[in-house]
Design a protein around this ligand. Structure first.
Ligand code: ADP
Ligand code: MG
Length: 249
């Protein structure tokens, strides 16, 4: 396959994806293609399957029907996921930094252990991305010495240190005090502008309007509405989405 063919294909493709937890169906025939460089915001009520959807993309959950293809590899088993592990980064609601390591050490860990970078290369890379999230001066501190907003920016820098092609965000600002949300959204907005492929689960509709190429609205395990952000916000097609935005705005 030539490069141009690869580039025009979606970097993420979900076809008729379903996922059960026991008898409960958390995803119902989900279809979603994401193009290289596209920014997709996923919203929907609690329990609608948003986390399950993005966790299936990096195989933190296994789908039980349908096809998921990521960066050219169909996720048929864990070995397939290993092939694309480095393509996909994820930022969680909880920052999950190692408390006993400094910020710099937290960032060097993956590049050293997983990518095999030398200590110097890992450090240079970590400092570059700390600079990018505007927190380079905190490199030698421990996570507990940073605010929640700073810790989440570190978590974003840690993902960037692995130089993924796709970044998944699962409610990255939900655990933050209100005054810290903006600084994290600002970093994410900058990233979006840099051409990173992003899927962001968030209820921050201001961010969604500014950044999303497409909005996805989920309810009860289904994608109920999907479309360009400006269309979806100005004229929602489904009643459920209209009600949802009215509630949260
Ligand atoms: P959202 O992120 O939209 O709040 P989730 O994807 O976390 O929703 O969950 C969708 C549904 O699947 C919920 O009803 C949730 O309780 C259920 N669920 C999620 N993870 C598990 C699990 N590991 N075991 C059983 N049920 C789960
Ligand atoms: Mg969730």
């Amino acid at each position: 396959m030539t490069t141009s063919q690869t580039e025009t294909k979606p970097i993420i493709s979900m076809e008729n994806v379903s996922k059960h937890f026991g008898d409960f169906q958390a995803l119902k025939n989900v279809n979603l293609d994401v193009a290289l460089g596209e920014r997709v915001v996923v919203c929907g009520p609690s329990g609608s399957g948003k986390s399950t959807l993005i966790r299936c993309i990096n195989r933190l959950e296994r789908h039980d029907a349908g096809r998921i293809t990521v960066d050219g590899t169909e996720l048929t088993n864990d070995a397939a996921m290993e092939k694309v592990r480095g393509s996909v980064g994820m930022v969680f609601q909880q920052f999950n930094l190692f408390p006993h390591l400094t910020i710099l050490e937290n960032l060097c860990l993956g590049p050293r252990r997983v990518l095999g970078l030398s200590p110097k290369d890992a450090r240079d890379r970590a400092l570059t991305y700390l600079e990018r999230v505007q927190i380079r001066d905190q490199a030698d501190k421990y996570p507990r010495q940073l605010s929640g907003g700073q810790q989440q920016r570190v978590a974003i820098a840690r993902s960037l240190c692995m130089e993924p092609r796709i970044l998944l965000f699962d409610e990255p600002t939900s655990a933050l005090d209100p005054e810290m949300i903006a600084e994290v959204l600002e970093v994410m907005t900058e990233l979006a502008g840099s051409g990173m492929t992003m899927i962001v689960v968030t209820h921050e509709m201001g961010f969604a309007r500014r950044v999303a190429d497409r909005m996805v609205f989920m309810d009860q395990g289904e994608i109920v509405e999907v479309g360009p952000a400006e269309e979806v916000f100005s004229a929602p097609k489904s009643k459920r989405f209209a009600q949802f935005i009215n509630q949260i705005l």
